[in-house]
Design a protein. Structure first.
Length: 418
């Protein structure tokens, strides 16, 4: 591992590698969801015959795929905030996140839940099923849910938390604190172990309420805040690129250790090697090892992306615009396609190819022919548009102004009010 000295800032403010990583992460999401139909671990729908070892591949990808999205989202949101006023930024986030989330819960998620219920044996008509949504009961007790769109809800909450933090960092004293933290994190050792410090709230909450939504929000927030505060810093980004090979080596090492000690199950259901420790202690060791493993892979992936993918391209511009509707639609299309494909009398490989290719083809056609051609569909699917749009709610500008002032005031020192 190599320590660095302060270097020059990035000459390219666009950070194209962030766009490439965003497209990569969402693409892997579609591939993973298509594969989960054939995994031993029960998903929403499941083929009677499964892929051998697919669970281990999905487990590996699951280590860093969603954390990567939150890391990139944090960095991207922080960059966007520098170009917009607080009021415009909140309006933009409401349009780009909240509206697609609500529209998705009412239009995109219901067909998915309907086919999940059909897979489980329901014979209810879609009309009767959709009327059940109006009861506003959360799935599985009711028919309303956000399912895979939870990412949008988390991002919006994280953004609201980030706003006062970034306002607070505008003062000289807090900016100096951030600079000191940046220098510390850019050190190779701190860079590799910082995740354990950032994840302390998650470790505490998860021990109190394992698997709860609060624990989940604490789990992903460190990646988001690291992206927002540190990822595009010249010191940290340069440290990540310099130490990418060491991170890759450590990621391979920890993945192998996790596979041997925790993930691989023999015919007797035991791990390949027994730690000989109480289950509680063994679980904590696995938790810390998983945190380090996913962080090593994030550093490696980000570092190599900075070196090789920090370039613009027409394909990137197109994919970066289309990736959002692909994300919103992918799981619903996969569930519906999978519902019919798994009933076909053919091999697992053919079924997987049909679901994966069919998902990309159907969403591509829908995007090209419908979604990007009207203002309403762009609004629903969060597609960027050149049209300036202000939320048409009475007194909305006053509402956003008050909210922005509240955020600014929350970050001011008591002496500032005198």
């Amino acid at each position: 591992m190599n320590q660095i000295t302060p270097g020059e800032t990035h000459k390219n403010p666009r950070h194209y590698y962030l766009d490439w990583l965003r497209v990569l992460a969402f693409s892997l999401l579609i591939v993973s969801n298509s594969a989960r139909v054939f995994a031993d671990d029960m998903w929403w729908i499941q083929n009677s015959e499964t892929f051998i070892g697919i669970d281990h591949i999905l487990n590996f990808l699951g280590q860093w795929r969603m954390p990567l999205l939150f890391l990139v989202s944090g960095a991207t949101i922080a960059i966007v905030m520098k170009r917009k006023s607080i009021i415009k930024f909140i309006e933009d986030r409401f349009i780009r996140i909240v509206i697609p989330l609500i529209a998705g819960m009412l239009l995109i998620i219901p067909p998915q839940i309907y086919f999940i219920e059909r897979f489980r044996g329901s014979t209810q008509s879609y009309y009767d099923f959709y009327l059940g949504i109006l009861e506003f009961k959360w799935f599985p007790k009711g028919n309303l849910h956000w399912l895979h769109l939870w990412f949008l809800a988390f991002i919006f909450v994280y953004t609201l938390i980030l706003l006062p933090i970034l306002q607070l960092l505008k003062s000289e004293s807090t900016q100096q604190i951030l600079n000191n933290l940046t220098k510390a994190i850019s050190h190779p050792i701190m860079l590799f172990v910082s995740i354990l410090i950032f994840q302390i709230p998650f470790y505490i909450l998860n021990s109190i309420k394992p698997g709860s939504n609060v624990a989940s929000m604490a789990y992903y927030f460190p990646f988001f805040i690291f992206g927002a505060l540190f990822l595009t810093s010249s010191l940290v980004s340069k440290s990540i690129m310099i130490n990418r090979k060491a991170a890759f080596f450590l990621g391979c090492l920890f993945t192998g250790l996790l596979f041997c000690f925790f993930w691989y199950k023999g015919s007797d259901g035991q791990n390949l090697f027994s730690l000989g420790l109480p289950e509680v202690i063994s679980h904590k060791i696995e938790l810390f090892a998983v945190s380090l493993n996913q962080w090593f892979w994030l550093i490696a992936i980000t570092g190599f992306s900075q070196q090789y993918l920090n370039i613009g391209h027409k394909a990137l511009t197109y994919a970066n615009t289309a990736v959002y509707p692909f994300y919103i639609l992918n799981q619903t299309v996969i569930v519906i396609l999978g519902y019919y494909v798994i009933r076909m009398d053919t091999s697992v490989a053919v079924k997987f190819i049909l679901i994966l290719s069919g998902t990309f083809i159907l969403i591509s056609l829908l995007y090209e022919m419908v979604l990007k051609r009207s203002f309403v569909s762009k609004l629903i699917f969060g597609i960027k548009t050149n049209i300036e749009f202000t939320i048409p709610i009475p007194q909305s500008s006053k509402l956003f102004k008050r909210l922005s002032l509240l955020i600014v005031n929350a970050s001011r020192k008591p002496s500032d009010f005198k």
